[in-house]
Ligand binder design. Structure first.
Ligand code: AP5
Length: 198
């Protein structure tokens, strides 16, 4: 498979259950870049009962955003690691406009600006289906019906406007997230390899 050398610093946007984590893990292997998920980093902190994890837990259990300053520390530390020089996929960050601005500053400082933001779109009933299935299979603590609804509300109010931040710079692309994992992955690869096509 021919893989893009053009776009290696990617922000993946999309509502809960749109497949960001699934697709970012595939793209990490296909593009040879780092996969950075603030959700994963935060869940590890909760699991390890670090000071950050203890502060983050109640927000995560309620489906609210963890305060920006806590998440910024985490992402700055991760972006400081050597593997980031090969490129990265950010999954779950930035989550609001102030995180988007903070990210711009960090990336400017380390001279690794974002090449593209890709927004993965999925309809609401598919989100509920996927996350309800995961609730049964994995028992993630924020996959209850009430918390899923709040995560969707928080996404619509706080995270959806982040797409505009990248659209204003001509860096936003949309990919249909409906269909099989393989189909969505192929659409993402096509979009990243042909940035001017769509
Ligand atoms: P986070 O972990 O980022 O959760 P999320 O955005 O709600 O995303 P999900 O993991 O639910 O979905 P996804 O889009 O990654 O889809 P996935 O591939 O997993 O955040 C959790 C919490 O942490 C937040 O609520 C917040 O409290 C906190 N947080 C994180 N980042 C933060 C930040 N920057 N600032 C502040 N707080 C932050 O897929 C979902 C399911 O669908 C899986 O079971 C998967 O197998 C399945 N699936 C995937 N693709 C398909 C497909 N094509 N067809 C069928 N099933 C599929």
């Amino acid at each position: 498979m021919i893989l893009t050398q053009k776009i290696m610093r990617i922000v993946l946007l999309g509502p809960p259950g749109s497949g960001k984590g699934t697709q970012a893990a595939l793209l990490r292997d296909q593009l040879g870049v780092a996969h950075i998920s603030t959700g994963v980093l935060l869940r590890e902190a909760v699991e390890q009962q670090t000071e950050l994890g203890k502060k983050a837990k109640s927000y995560m259990d309620a489906g609210e955003l963890v305060p920006d300053d806590l998440v910024l520390g985490l992402i700055e530390e991760r972006l400081g690691q050597p593997d980031v020089a090969r490129g990265f996929i950010l999954d779950g960050y930035p989550r609001n406009l102030s995180q988007a601005e903070a990210l711009d500053s960090v990336l400017e400082r380390i001279e690794q600006p974002v090449d593209a933001a890709v927004s993965v779109t999925v309809n609401e009933s598919e989100i509920v289906d996927r996350l309800s299935r995961r609730a049964i299979e994995e028992g993630r603590s924020d996959d209850t019906e009430e918390v899923i609804r709040n995560r969707m509300r928080v996404y619509a109010e706080q995270t959806a406007p982040v797409a505009g931040h990248y659209a204003r710079r001509g860096q936003l692309r949309e990919v249909d997230g409906m269909g099989s994992v393989e189909e969505v992955n192929q659409r993402l690869l096509d979009t990243l390899e042909n940035p001017d096509a769509g």
